[in-house]
Design a protein around this ligand. Structure first.
Ligand code: FUC
Length: 796
């Protein structure tokens, strides 16, 4: 669709006024110096060097090559798997599997663990296509790359002053260099309101230069055509027939020649602007998960994009993005090494040089990645956010619910990005229909469950092998997110209409699933501590998760004044849960039996769920259990995969040991070049600040961001704890815009390790307890008014 000049002018005029208004409201770009990742050379490696941009729907990795720019891109719903691949696919569910449950339990009661495991592993596993074909994820599906865009600017002679950067205050990436006396500048951004990726190539050669553009995809069955100024790539996945289409608008002041041999040449141009959108026929609706009119959607998107044009899209993007990003400012005292490229800073950091600005940059980068991969109306961020360049990615790049997806969302509320949490909650809600069937099929229970691996096609059954695949606790753990979204926002309507129904059903499953042990305590049988150890009755993570969903559902009933009888049932079950136990070497037990191995360094530390993200074990009410958690954590050590180290930053913050949290943060930020898959002592970051398991997983980034917030502010035990775990390494700093439960915005300033200034804002009247060290004081917060406190919690 080509717009007439008149139409374009009118529409641009109206939009410009709109954007001027937005700019006035948010006055972006006037802040102090912007935070950036920057490099003196293009990227070679997708995983370690390329820079990510994204708008939730679409993601792109930018390489910044001089001779050829490579932009690899994704659309969040392009997945193999589902009914399209295999008509019998039904979320892994297996009718009647529960008939074997009693026998598994009986064997466990007799102590016949191996037999119980064999039976469970045969009968309680999810159904997956037997023929694994040529992909590990055949029958289950995997997140797919969409395509690759290559742009070759005519170039010759030497290149100087090269700079590749990602400005995370604005969400804009750029590349700049001189080539043979010509200045080249590229700008890239991912606009969320207009669902588009935008790339601009500019040079100042008076007569312009030529650009050659091509687009590829690894998928077969694809048509590529250039029509009306748009490169349209459409096709369907061979695996499941999923239809997809991308549209790339090519705009230039040069002459666009005919599309020949898959290439488009733009002659004598000073500016080449590309607008890219893509979508598929996927919809997140059980049981078919298809039916989106994706071609119409793309057409409409492009109409709007053409109407807006580059400047409007850029302003709209910066306004939209920085409205979220700028809510939190974090400054740590120390030399600002922004004059050094990020890879150089990482090398120095690995050599032991102090760089606190790099740490605050890493904190903010987590927020950048969340905003870029999870926005209202999108799918939630998966293991790699929205960025993936492999047809057969590690762990399908899916939604793992035994730590990973939860960790990705840990920073959402506390770092003031509540809206970015919404896609997870929406996804959780939509897992309920298949999850109900899983609860019935496998356990003859009401309520709903998910297990370890979830995909976009409602896979909620246990995985197809145990121990890794068995984790019905996933849904109740999701319930913590649903509840926290309420705790932080105070949105009762949300709790009533969406949150509580999800939680209630998740709690219902545990009411049904728990059984009495011989001492009359409620335990989960069978259970496996996630990916660690064998089958058991009463792996403590289950008990802790049940405690959590019962506790929070009871609170929700009270808040809403509903379901009194159900609430009483929950309270009765909660009082009979197997109590947490301290074992023979002072550890918090991982299982009902006192069998923990003090030399075990396993990456999962599931039994400390009660410490973080749970609240059952906390310094205010359960000091003995806190000590036991510390013993367990010391035994597990400070190594692990990216996410495991991320979790430990948070654990130590909850144990109020800021120096240990800091040690782990420092460990998490060690530069590494290791790729492949490392299950034991991986961790670290690549040059592009992606955290690695290895391989790259978004959870490690987000665990660290959440951990830093947790070091500075906690609000999980009925009080707002200021600087609970600030490390000696951060004697002076300030952070503003963090959120405490109750929807309270908190600004903190400290110097020489001591609080200087505290500012609290609430949008409704409430009374809060503020803790600073041993001091706890009550304050009334008045709606819309600011409470200013000094370092001794005195009002001023
Ligand atoms: C869990 C972890 C693995 C990995 C995978 C994606 O299963 O045990 O380490 O992170 O998720």
């Amino acid at each position: 669709m080509i717009f007439s000049n008149l139409k374009r002018t009118t529409c641009t005029f109206l939009l410009t006024i709109f954007v001027i208004f937005l700019n006035a409201v948010f006055s972006f770009g006037q802040e102090s110096k912007d935070q950036k990742l920057w490099y003196k050379q293009p990227a070679n490696s997708w995983m370690k060097e390329a820079l990510p941009i994204g708008n939730g729907y679409l993601g792109a990795m930018l390489f910044g090559g001089v001779e050829e720019e490579h932009i690899q891109f994704n659309e969040e719903t392009l997945w193999t798997g589902g009914k399209g691949e295999w008509n019998e696919y039904n979320g892994g569910n297996k009718e009647g599997a529960h008939k074997h449950l009693l026998e598994v339990r009986r064997l466990l009661d007799l102590g016949k663990y191996e037999e119980a495991h064999q039976l469970a592993n045969r009968e309680l596993t999810g159904v997956i296509k037997a023929d694994k074909g040529n992909s590990e994820w055949e029958g289950y599906g995997a997140y797919q790359p969409f395509g690759d865009l290559y742009v070759r600017p005519e170039s010759s002679g030497t290149v100087s002053n090269y700079r590749r950067e990602l400005n995370i205050d604005k969400g804009v990436a750029s590349v700049e260099y001189m080539n043979d006396g010509v200045h080249h500048k590229r700008e890239y951004f991912a606009n969320y309101p207009s669902r588009t990726l935008v790339f601009r190539f500019h040079n100042d050669k008076p007569e312009g230069i030529d650009y050659v553009l091509r687009q590829t995809t690894e998928h077969k069955n694809v048509d590529m055509a250039f029509k009306g100024g748009q490169l349209i790539m459409s096709g369907y996945l061979e695996n499941n027939g999923m239809g997809f289409e991308s549209r790339l608008v090519v705009e230039s002041d040069g002459k666009i020649l005919p599309f020949i041999d898959g290439k488009l040449t733009v002659k004598a141009a000073n500016t080449l602007t590309l607008y890219l959108t893509a979508s598929t026929d996927y919809i997140n609706e059980y049981p078919h998960y298809s039916g989106r009119k994706y071609k119409e959607l793309n057409k409409k998107t492009i109409e709007i994009v053409l109407c807006k044009g580059y400047d409007v899209l850029l302003s709209e993007h910066i306004t939209d993005y920085s409205n979220l990003f700028s809510r939190v400012n974090f400054t740590l005292d120390g030399a600002d090494k922004d004059n050094l490229p990020t890879d150089e800073r990482l090398r120095l950091y690995a050599n032991g040089e102090e760089d606190h600005t790099l740490e605050s940059l890493y904190f903010q980068y987590g927020r950048y990645l969340l905003i870029s991969s999870s926005r209202p109306g999108t799918m939630p961020a998966n293991l790699q956010g929205k960025w993936n360049n492999m047809g057969n990615p590690p762990w399908a790049s899916d939604y793992h619910a035994n730590i990973n997806i939860q960790m990705i969302y840990w920073p959402a509320e506390v770092t003031n990005l509540s809206e970015c949490h919404e896609p997870l909650i929406e996804y959780i809600d939509r897992l309920r229909p298949p999850g109900r069937k899983s609860a019935k099929d496998f356990f003859n229970a009401d309520g709903w469950i998910v297990n370890t691996m979830n995909n976009p096609f409602g896979y909620t059954a246990p995985g197809w092998g145990f121990p890794w695949g068995f984790f019905p606790g996933g849904a109740a753990w999701y319930g913590r997110h649903v509840w926290e979204h309420y705790e932080f926002s105070g949105d009762r309507k949300y709790l009533k209409v969406k949150g509580y129904p999800i939680m209630k059903e998740a709690a219902q499953f545990w009411l049904d699933y728990l059984t009495k042990d011989k001492d009359g305590f409620l335990v989960s049988s069978p259970s496996y501590s996630p990916e660690h150890g064998g089958i058991s009755t009463g792996a403590y993570m289950d008990i802790e998760i049940a405690w959590d969903i019962f506790t929070n559902s009871i609170k929700a009933c009270e808040e809403l004044g509903v379901d009194n009888r159900f609430k009483e049932k929950l309270a009765a079950a909660k009082s009979k849960l197997l109590p947490l136990k301290i074992g023979k070497w002072g550890q918090l037990q991982e299982w009902k039996e006192d069998v923990d191995d003090p030399t075990n360094k396993h990456r999962h530390v599931s039994h400390l769920y009660a410490l973080y993200p749970g609240t059952q074990v906390n310094t205010v009410r359960t000091p003995d259990l806190v000590d036991a958690a510390r013993v367990s954590l010391n035994a597990r050590g400070d190594d692990g995969t990216g996410w495991s180290i991320g979790w430990k930053i948070n654990f130590w913050a909850r144990l109020l040991d800021g120096d240990r949290s800091y040690k782990l943060l420092n460990r998490a930020m060690q530069l590494t070049q290791v790729d492949g898959v490392n299950m034991v002592d991986g961790g670290g970051v690549y040059n592009n600040l992606f955290s690695t398991h290895p391989p790259f997983q978004l959870d490690g980034n987000m665990g660290a961001t959440a951990g830093m917030a947790e070091m500075l502010l906690q609000s999980h035990s009925g009080e707002i704890h200021i600087l609970p775990a600030v490390p000696k390494a951060w004697p002076t700093g300030k952070i503003s815009g963090l959120k405490a439960r109750g929807g309270i915005e908190v600004d903190i300033e400290w110097s020489h390790g001591k609080l200087n200034k505290l500012v609290l804002k609430s949008d409704h009247n409430q009374t809060v307890k503020i803790r600073y060290h041993k001091e706890v004081i009550r304050f009334d917060l008045n709606a819309g008014k600011v409470l200013n406190l000094d370092g001794s919690l005195g009002k001023y």
